[in-house]
Design a protein around this ligand. Structure first.
Ligand SMILES: *[C@@H]1O[C@H](CO)[C@@H](O)[C@H](O)[C@H]1NC(C)=O
Ligand SMILES: *[C@@H]1O[C@H](CO)[C@@H](O)[C@H](O)[C@H]1NC(C)=O
Ligand SMILES: *[C@@H]1O[C@H](CO)[C@@H](O)[C@H](O)[C@H]1NC(C)=O
Ligand SMILES: *[C@@H]1O[C@H](CO)[C@@H](O)[C@H](O)[C@H]1NC(C)=O
Ligand SMILES: *[C@@H]1O[C@H](CO)[C@@H](O)[C@H](O)[C@H]1NC(C)=O
Ligand SMILES: *[C@@H]1O[C@H](CO)[C@@H](O)[C@H](O)[C@H]1NC(C)=O
Ligand SMILES: *[C@@H]1O[C@H](CO)[C@@H](O)[C@H](O)[C@H]1NC(C)=O
Ligand SMILES: *[C@@H]1O[C@H](CO)[C@@H](O)[C@H](O)[C@H]1NC(C)=O
Ligand SMILES: *[C@@H]1O[C@H](CO)[C@@H](O)[C@H](O)[C@H]1NC(C)=O
Ligand SMILES: *[C@@H]1O[C@H](CO)[C@@H](O)[C@H](O)[C@H]1NC(C)=O
Ligand SMILES: *[C@@H]1O[C@H](CO)[C@@H](O)[C@H](O)[C@H]1NC(C)=O
Ligand SMILES: [Cu+2]
Length: 570
């Protein structure tokens, strides 16, 4: 072939690639109850298309996606596409009472959105109370045609989804937790791709198995879909190389152990280059507080092809439950490839300082039974959680997005979320654990207005009130850079020197160290109402969240079109 013919051929195939690189993808998801057998007992569960996890949604960057969600279950649900930006499609974000009212039993809603400027491992889940325990699945965005991964192409890609299983009705567990004010019962098992593994009773058929070929490279797409637990993950006798988090490539990072919080994803390369036998992959909680937790171990099996050994798989040694140094090292060591850091704002327009932590709230007010004025928590109150002393309560008469869009805020939200805590105190001093001045917080629907395209910096500061704990804070509608993390009180002068403005990691869910702080930065160029909340389900239900209301921009590209005709109303 002559050089010019080659050039023509190249141009032609490029043109072809761009033509086929953006297509319309349509899916139907049926939400329905069924019985599932785990831990020797049958439970009636709400699942999508009959399975748990539900179907993997696969798209390519640039695609337009339409998902018809049909609710044939007896519970209210709402599907959130975790990590998707939803530019000009905020009506499809799926956060119940924030961007839509729930899809009630017997009705349906069609989510429509475009996949723009992102690729990698994300997931979808119900964003209505604890229903996400069984209503979840992987969401995988393949790079555009002609675009490669920034690492050698793996031989195989496997979603590995962590979950949490209750040996009881989820709805009953949820209601009991809310009416007592003590929170839900602990789960009975952790699952990998829906299966608890053989360290629990009745393992037959309940263990996920991955058969591997010697010397092949696997891209494991780890997704933490558990409700209330950060998890350590390890494969016996194999190191892993992290290549992406929350659908954003990282500088490759080699490690023996991964830790991930609910909401986060971690893509790791795993090379099957050890003795050809069987190995466990295992998950166990990272617990940073004094609160009780499910301390069991979920497993799956990696079996080398040609393995002849009949021995039990080799088990990895997981870190102790409270191993904060190991968790912190993993969370803070990840970095972005330098060339990828193109949109980090160097000036800050909106500076927020937000305390995050535990509290108590009056029993009868807020989530759950309004008639019951005595809860089982201290002083007859309920446990709650807060940001800047305000415990967020979802509105019930209209979604926040609809109210903001139509200008009818009254009775839905107030735009008075403070940019700083109302009272400054020694946030992480353990002498404040039972400080009565800060223990009781009121319920509120305060949101924060953010001017369009401002650069926003948020310092999240954990408090010692009622115990310190690592909270994974998730922001809808955006990815953000993580400039620094540390322990103790954030120091406005000294800690600024710790900011990584060079190659900071970028993600959508940040685990804020227990008794410490984390600083994030992003440009607010995606108008909408974006909930920012702790991704531990119990803490969200207790009020650890608020909503950023990002104003519209000057051109249609920065405005939200009207809601779709089937938009679920309250
Ligand atoms: C879900 O189930 C419906 C009904 O059986 C089917 O039409 C649809 O293709 C399934 N969706 C996926 C993503 O598998
Ligand atoms: C789950 O519940 C069943 C039926 O109540 C019981 O037999 C089984 O032991 C329970 N398993 C666990 C792990 O609690
Ligand atoms: C999504 O992409 C399609 C096809 O390019 C376009 O017609 C549509 O307006 C886009 N939707 C949004 C919300 O941007
Ligand atoms: C929660 O746990 C308690 C104590 O084990 C048990 O009595 C209760 O039935 C459980 N609640 C639900 C809803 O399973
Ligand atoms: C209030 O909650 C407590 C604790 O769960 C329960 O014992 C009591 O029966 C409830 N009262 C009403 C009126 O629901
Ligand atoms: C994993 O990496 C560590 C540190 O580089 C090394 O010491 C260890 O031997 C490696 N483990 C395996 C199983 O290759
Ligand atoms: C798990 O917690 C239970 C109840 O607190 C305790 O009895 C048990 O020893 C713990 N198991 C492990 C492995 O820590
Ligand atoms: C990695 O973590 C260790 C332990 O926390 C810390 O000493 C080191 O500075 C970290 N390295 C980077 C590049 O963040
Ligand atoms: C914590 O607060 C107490 C009481 O105000 C004070 O005496 C103590 O020095 C503080 N501790 C630290 C580490 O600052
Ligand atoms: C947003 O701000 C950035 C940085 O100042 C600027 O480059 C960009 O043009 C702005 N975008 C819009 C739509 O105003
Ligand atoms: C389900 O959602 C509808 C609409 O918002 C609401 O009226 C109803 O009370 C909800 N039901 C439950 C059990 O939450
Ligand atoms: Cu939390």
């Amino acid at each position: 072939m002559s050089r010019s013919m080659l050039l023509v051929a190249c141009v032609f195939s490029l043109a072809l690639a761009s033509v086929v690189s953006s297509s319309a993808v349509e899916h139907t998801l049926i939400v329905k109850n069924r019985f599932l057998r785990r831990l020797c007992s049958e439970q009636e569960v709400t699942v999508v298309n009959g399975s748990m996890p539900g179907p993997v949604i696969r798209v390519r960057e640039g695609d337009s996606l339409t998902v018809h969600v049909v609710n044939q279950s007896p519970v209210n649900i709402s599907l959130h596409w975790h990590g998707l930006f939803q530019r000009r499609s905020g009506w499809a974000d799926g956060a119940a009472y924030v961007t839509q009212c729930p899809i009630v039993p017997g009705s349906s809603y069609t989510y429509k959105f475009n996949i723009t400027d992102q690729r990698g491992t994300l997931w979808w889940h119900s964003h209505k109370s604890m229903s996400r325990a069984t209503v979840y699945g992987a969401f995988i965005i393949h790079p555009r045609h002609g675009k490669n991964y920034p690492f050698p192409k793996p031989d195989k890609e496997v979603p590995i989804v962590f979950g949490e299983w209750w040996n009881a009705s989820i709805a009953a567990v949820d209601i009991q937790g809310l009416t007592t004010g003590l929170g839900p019962n602990l789960s009975n098992a952790f699952t990998i791709n829906g299966k608890p593994g053989d360290l629990y009773p009745c393992p037959e058929k309940d263990t996920f198995k991955l058969k591997v070929k010697p010397d092949n490279v696997y891209l494991l797409r780890l997704i933490n879909a558990a409700l209330n637990n950060q998890l350590f993950f390890k494969i016996a006798n194999h190191n892993l190389t992290v290549v992406a988090i929350d659908a954003i490539y990282t500088e490759p990072y080699s490690t023996e152990v991964v830790v991930s919080a609910p909401g986060q994803t971690v893509d790791v390369l795993f090379i099957a280059n050890k003795a050809p036998k069987s190995y466990y992959m295992a998950i166990q909680p990272y617990s940073s507080s004094v609160a009780p937790f499910d301390n069991t171990t979920g497993t799956a099996i990696i079996e080398y092809e040609g393995s002849t050994s009949s021995l039990k798989p080799e088990m990895p040694i997981l870190p102790p439950f409270n191993d904060t140094p190991t968790a912190h090292k993993f969370y803070s060591n990840l970095t972005s490839p330098l060339h990828q850091v193109t949109d980090l704002p160097l000036q800050v327009d909106e500076r927020l300082f937000i305390t995050i932590g535990m509290s108590m709230s009056p029993c009868g007010i807020g989530i759950g039974s309004k008639t019951n004025t005595t809860c089982l928590g201290p002083n007859g109150m309920r446990f709650s959680a807060n940001m800047n002393g305000l415990s967020f309560q979802m509105p019930t008469k209209m979604s926040i997005l609809q109210a903001a869009w139509s200008g009818a805020h009254k009775g839905v939200f107030t735009a008075d979320f403070p940019s700083h805590p109302l009272v400054t105190f020694d946030y992480t001093n353990i002498s404040n654990v039972f400080n009565k001045a800060f223990m009781v917080t009121q319920k509120s629907t305060s949101v924060k207005k953010i001017p369009f395209n401002s650069s926003v910096e948020i310092v999240f500061q954990n408090t010692a009130i009622m115990g310190m704990e690592n909270h994974p804070i998730h922001l809808h509608g955006y990815d953000f850079y993580v400039l620094a993390m540390g322990f103790g009180n954030f120091n406005h002068i000294q800690d600024v020197n710790k900011f990584n403005l060079f190659n900071p990691q970028k993600r959508n869910t940040i685990s804020v160290p227990a008794g410490g702080w984390a600083v994030i930065r992003f440009r607010a160029d995606n108008p909408g109402t974006w909930v920012m909340h702790c991704h531990l389900e119990t803490h969200l239900s207790w009020g650890l969240g608020t909503v950023l209301v990002v104003e519209e921009g000057p051109t249609p590209f920065y405005k939200l079109p009207p809601p779709p005709s089937d938009y679920p109303q309250c």
